[in-house]
Design a protein around this ligand. Structure first.
Ligand SMILES: Cc1cc2nc3c(=O)[nH]c(=O)nc-3n(C[C@H](O)[C@H](O)[C@H](O)COP(=O)(O)OP(=O)(O)OC[C@H]3O[C@@H](n4cnc5c(N)ncnc54)[C@H](O)[C@@H]3O)c2cc1C
Length: 401
């Protein structure tokens, strides 16, 4: 079996790699850290990333994967994979229009929504936030209670969302609201696009954000309170009370994941650290236990990549590989959470507790910080890390409930 990409894709890889080397300078920002990067809440980093993304737009990479009817190039999947692998390997910012909502707009948006929003997203002019989770609706998302009540040409929304990543930077919010409380819980939900800020950056009437911080003190999320917020009906994605189905498109995009190219780069960095770092006068890489652990991780990373490539191969044949997608996602999440970061952190022993900027912190604290952050793996993207084995068993293996 031949696991390489075709010559055209590899030629493209060289082109993208050269482009990134020339145009992406991580500066002192710590882009190695997972879940949006450690500097997610640093306005200077955001500005720096935005400038790089402008270069991706000029180069024609930004919407390369979009269908031609929306101004994209309908690039083959192999090219898309190579592109995202190279960006991930380099620790560069996201290389496609943000907001997991893109697919939902393309599949479920009306023509006005498509032309207005996709047009702006192609120029990276919209910052989206996602308002799905509520205090009592996380893994069981369909329990959401934020209400949308019809009033003339609008819906009037009241309720509270939680864990809305980066919503303090967002201009627009894609949000699920309950529009028919009498219907079965999956059937009474509508998917809306809600403006969070006006052109001047002022919060829209009825919206209140309350910050939530991560364990390193960075403002990552907000609770979002909506009091009589008016949303025009033309901003519905899909159909009234059928929002659940459009929202599943968004979640499928969010959970799609990558091939683990970033982990390959992190592991390479760790190996070079292990050559420099000494214990009792010997580089720790000479310790057979350390070598075995690193070799084991490299194999795990490669296994994850193979599972992702299998998925992509099935997609390229026009299939919709749901079970394979669950398997690749489950493998990637559990690998990161239970093997990758814990192993690197444990090799460093107590030094993993030293964080960015602290004297003697290995590679500026990235392994210990990522180890701590990796605890969230499996929650972001709608939870379900513990539920997916059930789905794999039922849908993939045909086992009874
Ligand atoms: C980094 C990060 C970013 C996020 N960004 C956003 C965002 O932008 N927008 C947004 O809307 N949300 C966001 N979230 C929230 C995320 O979607 C929720 O955390 C997720 O849906 C899980 O919900 P919960 O936190 O309420 O946990 P719960 O649903 O309360 O689950 C808690 C635990 O119970 C387990 N559990 C739950 N139900 C079952 C069951 N039936 N059987 C067995 N075990 C079960 C879960 O697996 C989990 O271990 C983000 C979360 C994180 C960590």
């Amino acid at each position: 079996m031949d696991f390489t990409f075709d010559a055209e894709a590899e030629k493209f890889r060289a082109e993208v790699r050269a482009f990134i080397q020339k145009n992406w300078d991580p500066k002192d920002f710590n882009t190695d850290l997972n879940v949006f990067g450690y500097d997610f809440d640093n306005p200077e980093y955001r500005d720096h990333a935005h400038k790089f993304q402008e270069k991706l737009i000029d180069q024609g990479y930004w919407t390369m994967s979009w269908p031609e009817e929306y101004g994209g190039q309908a690039a083959p999947l192999t090219k898309q994979v190579v592109y995202s692998e190279e960006l991930a390997y380099a620790g560069a910012p996201q290389g496609t229009p943000g907001g997991n909502i893109t697919g939902a707009i393309m599949f479920h948006g009306n023509d006005d929504i498509k032309s207005e929003f996709l047009g702006k997203m192609a120029k990276n002019e919209i910052n989206w936030a996602q308002g799905f989770s509520e205090p009592n609706a996380g893994t069981d998302l369909a329990s959401l209670t934020t209400r949308g009540v019809e009033d003339g040409d609008d819906y009037v929304v009241n309720g509270q969302k939680i864990w809305s990543s980066g919503s303090h930077y967002a201009d627009w919010y894609h949000v699920l609201v309950r529009t028919d409380p009498e219907a079965p819980k999956h059937r009474g939900i509508t998917y809306l696009m809600m403006q969070l800020k006006d052109q001047d950056g002022t919060q829209m009437p009825g919206i209140t954000l309350r910050p939530l911080y991560d364990m390193f003190g960075r403002r990552r999320w907000n609770e979002v309170f909506m009091d009589d917020v008016r949303v025009p009906k033309r901003q519905i994605i899909g159909e009234v009370n059928r929002g659940w189905y459009a929202a599943m498109t968004t979640l499928n995009f969010e959970r799609a994941g990558g091939t683990g190219a970033r982990n390959v780069a992190v592991l390479e960095n760790f190996v070079s650290l292990a050559k420099r770092l000494k214990f009792n006068g010997e580089p720790i890489l000479n310790d057979p236990l350390v070598r075995h652990k690193l070799a084991d991780l490299r194999i795990r990373v490669e296994t994850g990549r193979m599972l992702s490539l299998r998925l992509i191969w099935l997609q390229s044949k026009g299939e919709v590989p749901q079970t394979e997608s669950l398997i690749a996602n489950f493998y990637g999440s559990t690998m990161n959470k239970f093997h990758f970061w814990p192993t690197l952190a444990h090799i460093l022993g107590p030094y993993r507790a030293l964080l960015q900027g602290e004297k003697r912190s290995p590679d500026n604290g990235m392994y210990g910080t990522n180890y701590a952050l990796s605890m969230v793996t499996g929650y972001a993207g709608g939870g379900g890390i513990l539920l997916s084995p059930n789905l794999i068993a039922q849908r993939g293996l045909g086992l009874p409930r």
